[in-house]
Design a protein around this ligand. Structure first.
Ligand SMILES: O=P(O)(O)O[C@H]1O[C@H](CO)[C@@H](O)[C@H]1O
Ligand SMILES: [Mn+2]
Ligand SMILES: [Mn+2]
Length: 404
């Protein structure tokens, strides 16, 4: 038996989604043409991403496996600097779930496309129905909420952080995704109180087909500014049917979740869980490549590409994060054993050169190490889960077909 490592670079899409025209940013601008990785590479080559880094995008390790080739295959767009002839497994995947959000992407990668329409809150003010607002107030023991609209999670702290500290009212907001997010100060409001509030309100929003209630704790002051911490917690709906995590777990193997994976799968089929900032997650990933046993799945999500740089439309920051990730990856590759499979992919796009602050509908790269050179072409998200299952010698019970 052998091990499988499935590593999601959150939001690192590569353009070319045939249904991108049906998804929007800034309410009216379709995602047609959005391409997270290609546009970052182009901006770098043009000298437009020089903050804390310089020149063309440098990702020799993932590009050597086939990243640049995957971008060109998915979209036809150029990705300057990523032009090595691949020697890994490479291709791109396309999503059928109707949401361009994190749970939709991950569940489908794990073999289970989302069969329902998610519930969304309208882009009006107030965004939340009064009875939901009342419940939040009751549970939190407060007289009102702040926000109650669509917002960017960092901008709304600048706008309402001080008022929150003064009044004790939680900041409640949403986005084009199927989410309710509650931001509160870790010290003045209390981290545990915030997490309990989100856990208690989650079943209420799940009844509305809203996928997640997310706790967004922050620290700081009006004078020094407010900053989110890594203590974010997502309370997600349960996937509609057993996923890759369950298939592996039920076969008596171990699923080692790194980062948001536990929350995304509502902790179904997860055996061990490690969390932290992306730099910590890399250490956990390296450690897991020593400790994972034959037949185990290591499933990691690196979220900062998305949360720190994609949503913030920070091209230099995104490029820096990609270059850091690529430079770290040999630490994992060096520990691969004969017969191990390692796949890098993404759950959606979040083009930092695009308008708005929301995800972009894109195909995603599928880059593999451990099975030699192989072009897989364009596959479905769920084929990734099926392939991991096949590699581990398990029956795939989901929608996909193995490309191995
Ligand atoms: O602006 P922030 O709070 O980072 O919000 C982002 O994070 C949410 C959950 O991933 C998404 O729906 C997106 O809107
Ligand atoms: Mn995501
Ligand atoms: Mn996101």
């Amino acid at each position: 038996m052998t091990r499988a490592f499935l590593i999601v670079l959150d939001s690192a899409g590569c353009g070319g989604a045939p249904d991108a025209h049906a998804f929007f940013n800034d309410k009216t601008v379709p995602d047609t043409g959005a391409n997270t990785l290609a546009h970052i590479a182009q901006a770098c080559a043009e000298g437009l991403a020089e903050d804390g880094r310089s020149g063309p995008l440098k990702m020799p390790n993932l590009d050597g496996l086939g990243l640049g080739a995957a971008i060109r295959l998915a979209s036809g767009d150029e990705a300057p600097g990523l032009d090595t002839i691949p020697d890994g497994l490479w291709g791109a995947a396309e999503e059928i779930s109707k949401g361009k959000d994190t749970p939709s992407g991950h569940w489908e990668i794990a073999g289970v496309p989302v069969p329902w329409e998610w519930g969304y809150f309208p882009d009006t003010q107030p965004a939340f129905p009064d009875d939901l607002t009342r419940k939040i107030c009751e549970i939190a023991g407060v007289d009102g909420i702040l926000g109650n609209k669509h917002a960017s999670g960092t901008a709304i702290l600048d706008e309402l952080g001080a008022e929150h500290v003064r009044t004790g009212w939680p900041i409640v907001y949403t986005s084009v995704d199927s989410v309710i997010q509650i931001a509160a100060h870790e010290e003045t409001f209390g981290l545990e109180r915030l997490v309990n509030l989100c856990e208690a309100i989650a079943p209420e929003v799940h009844k509305m087909q809203v996928g997640r209630a997310i706790a967004r704790p922050f620290i700081g002051s009006e004078a020094e500014g407010f900053k989110r911490t890594t203590n974010r917690r997502d309370f997600a709906m349960t996937p509609p049917s057993p996923t890759l995590c369950d298939w592996v777990h039920e076969a008596g193997r171990k699923v080692h979740a790194i980062g948001k994976i536990g929350d995304i799968f509502a902790h179904r089929g997860i055996d061990t869980l490690k969390k932290g900032a992306d730099a910590d997650l890399m250490e956990h990933l390296v450690a897991s490549s020593d400790s994972a046993q034959d037949g185990d799945l290591v499933f990691a999500n690196f979220v900062e590409f998305d949360s720190k740089y994609g949503h913030r439309r920070d091209v230099s920051g995104y490029a820096r994060a990609l270059e850091w990730f690529d430079a770290e990856i040999p630490r994992v590759l060096d520990k691969m054993r004969e017969g191990d499979l390692l796949i890098f992919t993404a759950d959606h796009g979040n083009d930092p050169t695009w308008v708005g602050t929301d995800h972009t509908r894109e195909r995603v790269p599928v880059i593999g190490a451990g099975l030699g050179m192989r072009e897989i072409g364009i596959c479905g998200f769920s084929d990734i889960g099926a392939s991991v299952a096949a590699h581990l010698g398990l029956e795939a019970r989901g929608a996909g077909k193995s490309f191995l």
